[in-house]
Each structure stands twice: as structure tokens, then as C-alpha cells.
Design a protein around this ligand. Structure first.
Ligand SMILES: [Zn+2]
Length: 320
């Protein structure tokens, strides 16, 4: 018998402040999180688990992945009560504050798992992060939440190898760029191709010491679901498992869902449970189960709740 109790149920990281990033008439809207929360409450998955309060990321934590000019640009935009950073990416009065909490929320989730308070955690944060590069906010993303968490694990907590599994339908160009020459963070992306943002070709595999630690799987629209899921399982087994990650992060986008209004790659709701089981099995095999999932995209407001419900239920049930 062991005296320590690690909660088997996935922890949630959420805060109402995430609703204060106001984007106007925009697919990446606060209603995404409202829909998720309502559905999880309805299905009984919200209560009865650890809720980890997010805390804002510090400048030091942000600057491990972003240029100081980038951080200052966002801070100045906040002081100016908002800005349009690119045609897709807007900031409202409180967006900077929210972005710091979103990145910090990914860290809070990672710390809860690393400290052994819980086996897995899901950070329901926004704005999303995986398009944010070292220098540029783009594609609805201000700060790269999952990258901030990965570097935190590496630099501040001594985790030696981190794998990031990104199944958002868009390529995570920001995450790829940040870790492109870093052999300690393996970045794997499954994404629609050709598609926004245009990066993520199969021959983009990393540079210098990081060569081989970026794995891109571009998939054309119309790829059969079974093929997608099969390749996911195979690539995890052949490319990620040998890397032996000590911590698994998931960039969990839900815009590969077949009816997503801006994405879509033919996946059904329960396919996200299958992807989740694969990720959990990987974490169980090399990382003592340590896994944190961070919300990225997903824009079908009618289905968003059920998509995340499927993901969370699979996280709870483990790798089986
Ligand atoms: Zn996306």
C-alpha cells in the first residue's frame, strides 16, 4: 500500500478570466469555453475532480520562448486598450492579462502533474498558442502556451525530454520554430495540408542538434479517418516512443472535426477519444503517465462541448 494518493481523474485548469479576451465577430470567441464548460457540467464531468487555479506566467517564463520585443508589443497593445495584430489576431482591453493567464495555466497544469497531485491535467485556456512564434502573434495566438509550459518543465523543473503532440488541424508553426534546433523537445504535428499557415511539410524535421526532433505529418483533405488514426498510432510508436519523453504535452485542437467551420479533416467526435488513448498510452509507457493537454483550436460551437467531453473522458479512463 502506498500513502501517497495521486488523483486518477484528470485535473482541470480553467478561469472565467479566459472569457475576457474579447475578439468580436470571430471564430475564436469566449463562447467556445462557455460551450465546453456547460457540456462538462451537464455530463457530470466538471465536478468531482481537482480544479487547479491558473496563475499568470511571469516575464521570465514568457521570455524563455518569446523575444522581449514581442512581449513588450503585447503589453503596449494592452495599454492602448487593444489592437489588431494581423488580419486574424485581435487584442481587447484585457487580452494581455488573459494571455499571461493562458500561458501560466499551461504551467499550472504541468506543475500539478509533475508535483504528483494528479496524473493528468487538461488546461481549458484561451487565447490558443501554437501559431505564436518567438517574435510574432498570429493565427488567433498571442503567447505560445504549450511552448512556455515545455520550456518551464525543461529549464525550471529539470525534465529532460518533453514530447508535444499537436493534433490541431493547423500546423503549429510557432511551436515548431521555437523548438526547431532543440533535441530535448520533440514536436509532432498532424495537420491538414496544404492549409494555413503553410508550414509543416514532411521534410521539415528540425535543424542542427534538433535534427530529427520535429516530426510533421501533413494530410490532405479527404484522408480517411482510419488512415489518420492508424498513422497517428504508428508515428507515436515509431518516432515518439523511442525518444522516451519524461513528460507528454498535447496541443489539443478540435478543428480536425469533420464539421468544423474553419478546419475539418473528417474526424468524428469519438476519434478524439482514440487519439487521446494513444497519447495516454505513450505517457504511461515512458513518462510515468505524466500528461498535460492544452486547448488549441476548435470552432464548431455546437459540437465543441462533446468533443472536449470525449477527450476528457478518455483522459480519465487512461490508455485502455
Ligand atoms: Zn487550428
Amino acid at each position: 500500500m502506498t500513502a501517497t494518493r495521486v488523483s486518477e481523474k484528470t485535473a482541470l485548469v480553467y478561469d472565467d478570466l479566459f472569457l475576457e479576451h474579447r475578439t468580436g465577430d470571430h471564430p475564436e470567441c469566449p463562447e467556445r469555453l462557455v460551450a465546453i464548460r456547460e457540456r462538462l457540467i451537464e455530463s457530470g464531468l466538471w465536478e468531482g475532480r481537482l480544479h487547479v487555479p491558473p496563475r499568470p506566467a511571469t516575464d521570465e517564463e514568457i521570455l524563455r520562448v518569446h523575444a522581449s520585443e514581442h512581449l513588450e508589443r503585447l503589453r503596449a497593445a494592452a495599454a492602448g486598450r487593444g489592437a489588431r495584430l494581423d488580419p486574424d489576431t485581435v487584442m481587447s482591453e484585457r487580452s494581455f492579462e488573459v494571455a499571461l493567464l493562458s500561458a501560466g495555466g499551461a504551467i499550472s497544469a504541468a506543475e500539478a502533474v509533475l508535483d504528483g497531485r494528479v496524473r493528468r491535467a487538461l488546461a481549458l485556456v484561451r487565447p490558443p498558442g501554437h501559431h505564436a512564434t518567438r517574435d510574432v502573434a498570429m493565427g488567433f495566438c498571442l503567447l505560445n502556451n504549450v511552448a512556455v509550459a515545455a520550456r518551464h518543465l525543461r529549464v525550471a523543473r529539470g525534465v529532460r525530454r518533453v514530447a508535444i503532440l499537436d493534433w490541431d488541424v493547423h500546423h503549429g508553426n510557432g511551436t515548431q520554430e521555437i523548438f526547431y534546433d532543440d533535441p530535448t523537445v520533440l514536436y509532432l504535428s498532424f495537420h491538414r495540408w496544404p492549409f494555413y499557415p503553410g508550414t509543416g511539410a514532411a521534410d521539415e524535421t528540425g535543424a542542427g542538434e534538433g535534427k530529427g526532433f520535429t516530426v510533421n505529418v501533413p494530410l490532405s483533405a479527404g484522408t480517411p479517418r482510419a488512415e489518420y488514426l492508424d498513422r497517428f498510432q504508428t508515428v507515436l510508436e515509431e518516432k515518439v516512443k523511442p525518444f522516451a519523453p519524461e513528460f507528454v504535452l498535447v496541443s489539443a485542437g478540435f478543428d480536425a472535426y469533420r464539421d468544423d467551420p474553419i478546419g475539418g479533416l473528417g474526424l468524428e467526435t469519438m476519434d478524439f477519444a482514440t487519439l487521446t488513448h494513444c497519447a495516454v498510452e505513450l505517457a504511461e509507457s515512458t513518462a510515468e503517465g505524466r500528461l498535460v493537454s492544452v486547448l488549441e483550436g476548435g470552432y464548431d460551437l455546437g459540437e465543441m462541448g462533446r468533443l472536449v467531453e470525449a477527450h476528457l473522458a478518455a483522459l480519465d479512463s487512461g490508455g485502455g
